[in-house]
Design a protein around this ligand. Structure first.
Ligand code: ADP
Ligand code: MG
Length: 178
């Protein structure tokens, strides 16, 4: 996986699979601290401590038998390649928070890639889920809350209307520095 936007898509799909109906995606970059953080919070079914331990385990002993597509370990690897780390906080019945930290300027820090496409796929693929997207690049902030957008649309237009999606895609794309 070459782009952070694909990792985000993958990790948010864990949230929707876990029955979340609200997922918050928070992207923060601080140039002075050379820090990039991606935080994904959901209100899905959560994990017990044993499972949390398992998903953050470096899988050293099972590496050869690991099946492809373990999204969290791949995101952890991406973070570690950029001198960062991944933390998972979860409570059964409450929800989960995934936090990936990167050295922003690190040569091996993956670019965001096509964040617009990832967010549009999530919105279109999960009509029963609302998304809060927040980015903050050195204080330059963007917020998109699908609940607010849905509330503002009149009865004849939905969030999956091509014109609405095009507008949203532009906002997602402009919110990032790749
Ligand atoms: N947000 C989440 N809420 C509840 N369980 C989760 C969440 N994210 C991951 N999990 C659990 O951790 C497992 C591993 O996730 P992941 O590394 O993405 O691999 P995969 O999705 O391929 O199983 C999931 O199968 C699920 O049981
Ligand atoms: Mg997954």
């Amino acid at each position: 996986m070459e782009d952070l936007s694909l990792h985000i898509l993958d990790v948010v799909e864990n949230s929707t699979k876990a029955g979340a109906n609200l997922v918050e995606i928070n992207i923060k970059e601080d140039t002075d601290k050379d820090l990039l953080q991606i935080i994904i919070q959901d209100n899905g079914r959560g994990m017990d401590p044993k499972m949390v331990k398992r998903v953050t385990d470096p899988f050293i002993t099972t590496r050869t038998t690991r099946r492809v597509g373990l999204g969290l370990s791949m995101l952890e690897q991406a973070a570690q390649e950029a001198e960062g780390y991944l933390t998972v906080t979860s409570e059964k019945g409450i929800g989960t928070e995934i936090r990936a930290t990167f050295q922003a300027s690190h040569i091996d820090r993956k670019p965001f890639g096509d964040m617009g496409s990832s967010m549009i796929s999530l919105i279109l693929g999960n009509p029963g889920v609302d998304f809060i997207y927040k980015s903050d690049f050195d204080g330059e902030k963007t917020t998109i809350d699908t609940r607010a957008i849905k509330a503002e649309l009149d009865g004849t237009t939905t969030i999956s209307d091509p014109a609405v999606l095009k507008l949203l895609r532009g906002v997602f794309e402009e919110s990032l520095r790749n």
